[in-house]
Write a protein that binds this ligand. Sequence first.
Ligand code: NAP
Ligand code: HSE
Length: 427
Amino acid sequence: MTEIGVGIVGMGTVGEGACGILTRNVESIARQAGCQVRLACVADLRRDELRSRVPAEVRFVEDAAELIRSPDVQIVCELIGGTRAAGEVVRQAMAAGKHVVTANKELLAKHGPELLSLADQQGVDFYFEASVGGGIPIISPLRIGLAGNRIQKIVGIVNGTTNYILTQMAAEGGDLADVLKEAQQLGYAEADPTNDVEGYDARYKLTILATLGFHACVDVDDIYCEGIMKLQSRDVDYARELGYEVKLLAIAKRVDGGLEARVHPALVPFSHPLAAVAGVNNAIFVTGDAVGDVMFYGPGAGSLAAGSAVVGDVIEIARNIRCGATGRLKPIEFRDLDLVSTGESVARYYVRMLVKDASGVLAAIATEFGLHNVSIASLVQKDASEGVAEIIFLTHEVKERGMRAALECIEGLSVVEQVCSMIRVEE
Ligand code: NAP
Ligand code: HSE
């Protein structure tokens, strides 16, 4: 075989990055694949607008079905996003015997097992390195390099947009909405940033990581998810005064009774490597019983970063085609591993509240904490003006159920004006 043809469906941020790499690094790609890997065709609904971004010798069509039918396309890269049209493209491509690369975490989180089985039935390859961590290799390490381990824990910063927003808020202060606009202009945020800021994007990625890492069929809707929209810049500032960065974490870990999986903002101590992950970078910490801790770090979003992961998959598939070894990565045999309810999860907490600046107030609050077995590790009183004081508590470890019950009672106390924030602390 002297040449393998690639088709890209969706010439947006990632499509353009992948197109640029495939056309720029032709020689190096050919050396690694053992044959020429040629971008043969691109499909995008906005063909006329985008034609100039693709070399003239590459065919540009509007209809993905036409690309899939093309005899000179063996590998189809689905870079559209969403689940409806993207799902059709992936299924049609597989049905036509084409190998598929996707960057689409939503599609994988919602339909991953079905698509892996379809690929297996059709004897085609299905790769998705760009779906988690942008340019960071993490799917391939979980499938191959770490396969000998019993994975204990995966903790990651897996959304570049929110990490960029939190980094900017910590460094320069500023309004969340303004920083989000910047992230969109830089191509990090999805077209609809709801998925980023509400934590859904991180939840899709955690579904993929947990499924691969724990060989468990994790339902995306069962994962607890809390985004960053409720975070206030004063919490980011206070956290820093106390020696913590605020990060949106995706966490999956083995616990008694099953698997815990959750996405939420958390205070991470300065001394933890995840605290130093700034801007659009992502990092994923994996703890295996044999290897111990390993961390994968790098650009989590952006055109060339995600394009790099897509092209890596293309090259691996080209090697497989050349060696007659496609379809060799079998779908995982899933086993039952129940997701433990979040009420049972144990963490330390940062709590900020506004209370009346009067005697006996702290005692009343401490009593409620005590009644719910919440042990206070430290407290700081910030401003006290016009009869209202702002207090921050750091607790020892407690079950979330107990913490929530305590705060419900505390909110009901006449001396408490408002419980403003409750953020978990990950040590
Ligand atoms: P994007 O910039 O919105 O690009 C998607 C492109 O696909 C758009 O040009 C869109 O055209 C086109 N399109 C939509 N439906 C189509 C169809 N039926 N046939 C052909 N073209 C179609 O999205 P993106 O940021 O590149 O993301 C693509 C995928 O990669 C998503 O699954 C995303 O989650 C994932 N991803 C993104 C990043 C990142 O940094 N952006 C990183 C890793 C993974 P219209 O604009 O006209 O709809
Ligand atoms: N919007 C995503 C992010 C793109 O910000 O991480 C990468 O998947």
